[in-house]
Design a protein around this ligand. Structure first.
Ligand SMILES: NC(=O)c1ccc[n+]([C@@H]2O[C@H](COP(=O)([O-])OP(=O)(O)OC[C@H]3O[C@@H](n4cnc5c(N)ncnc54)[C@H](OP(=O)(O)O)[C@@H]3O)[C@@H](O)[C@H]2O)c1
Length: 352
């Protein structure tokens, strides 16, 4: 409670569902935290050398994202950080260099996922560099109270899902250029185990009738997994050298939970039993690089092993509905005609 948000439920029913969703998410979250405690932490044994290759990390200037950037630099990549505040991003790059990481190169391009125009400008700026894209890490996220974006969407829906959806589709040409048979380029969607609690409500996709921040987070994290699987299937069917994966980074001490109702208690717990961001980055980096994953696109990874996703993730009808809905909402729908210009139906776009 305590947040202004749409709901068509009565006060008591709203109170019940708020409490139910809160408890469900955090009791189950505790279960995963326990799992994390008893399972040994896994990571790639050796970082490969990816000299001459390029990666993008959204939200790479804070939290788990910075640690991903560090490891990609250690693999000698050119890393583009998509961040809201380029001055902060540049400061972070300086700090990384000062920490002794001298391989690879890093730069920032402004990206605010709350604005689809910003996503388009980011993609345009990247494509203008003329470089291919080996790894796209869709990492940025928002988990907090109800607010609307400039495009009129609820913020979690747009930042966690729609913005990344649009970004991925716009960058397909660069991903195609980097991939080859036996070494596909990779889209790594950083999702969460709570996607297992999600449910796609197509009748209230924009959350105009009912909104609960925990439900919205679970649902948008599930959308990432469904979309990842849909795109991976399409890439496979179109014989395009790109694979998409979903990754749960672990339960990690970051500011993601700053708006959580019991933030201080949670942080105390995470300080004792949660992973630091450096460990949180390990499964993401494993998914970006691991050779043993090749040919397993569409899988969900946690602690460097496959996990079973929410069953909706593999439902072809749900995948298709989500794809169509997302194309419409991000205004990619008319661009199917572009398939007459290039044989690849994914190269849909008129970036403006
Ligand atoms: N921490 C966990 O326990 C946990 C568990 C499961 C999954 N995850 C997932 O791991 C990923 C990283 O989370 P984290 O824990 O590192 O969170 P975090 O510390 O809160 O970092 C979130 C990142 O997202 C960026 N971001 C937020 N809104 C944005 C926007 N409108 N446009 C562009 N970037 C935006 C932030 O950039 P600014 O610096 O500009 O705010 C920041 O870099 C997320 O996808 C999250 O869902 C985390």
């Amino acid at each position: 409670m305590g947040e202004k948000r749409p709901t068509d439920k009565s006060f008591l029913s709203d109170l019940f569902w708020t409490a139910f969703n809160f408890l469900r998410m955090y009791i189950i979250g505790l279960g995963w935290l326990w799992q994390q405690l008893v399972d040994p932490h896994r990571k790639l044994k050796d970082l490969p050398k990816r000299t001459g290759e390029t990666a993008i990390v959204t939200g790479g200037a804070r939290g788990i994202g910075v640690e991903v950037v560090k490891q990609l630099l250690q693999a000698d990549m050119r890393v583009i950080i998509g961040c809201r505040d380029v001055a902060i991003g540049n400061r972070v790059i300086k700090e990384i260099l000062a920490s002794g990481i001298k391989t690879g190169t890093a730069e920032c391009i402004q990206l605010d996922l709350e604005s689809l125009q910003s996503v388009r400008m980011f993609a345009k700026a990247f494509l203008k560099l003329g470089t291919s894209l080996s790894v796209l890490v869709n990492n940025a996220a928002y988990f907090g109270p109800h607010r609307m974006t400039i495009d009129g969407f609820e913020a979690q829906l747009q930042i966690n899902y729609l913005g990344h959806f649009l970004l991925t589709v716009l960058l397909i040409p660069a991903l195609i250029r980097a991939g080859k048979v036996g070494k596909c380029s990779r889209v790594v969607n950083v999702t969460s185990m709570v996607s297992k609690l999600g449910n796609i409500e197509f009748d209230d996709f924009l959350m105009k009738k009912y909104y609960n921040r925990n439900v919205a987070y679970c649902n948008t994290k599930l959308m990432q997994v469904i979309s990842s699987n849909y795109l991976n299937n399409r890439f496979l069917a179109e014989k395009l050298p790109i694979e998409c994966y979903s990754v749960h980074p672990g339960v990690v001490r970051t500011n993601l939970f700053i708006h959580f109702q019991l933030y201080r208690i949670l942080m105390l717990m995470l300080r004792i039993v949660g992973w630091p961001p450096s460990k949180g980055s390990d499964s993401i980096v494993y998914t970006a690089f691991s050779e043993e994953l090749e040919g397993h696109g569409g899988k969900m990874v946690s602690n460097c092993t496959f996990v079973t996703p929410n069953p909706q993730a593999d439902d072809a009808l749900i995948q298709l509905r989500l794809w169509e809905m997302s194309c419409n909402l991000t205004k990619l729908e008319g661009s199917k005609q572009a398939s007459t210009i290039v044989p690849d139906p994914f190269i849909l776009v008129d970036i403006e």
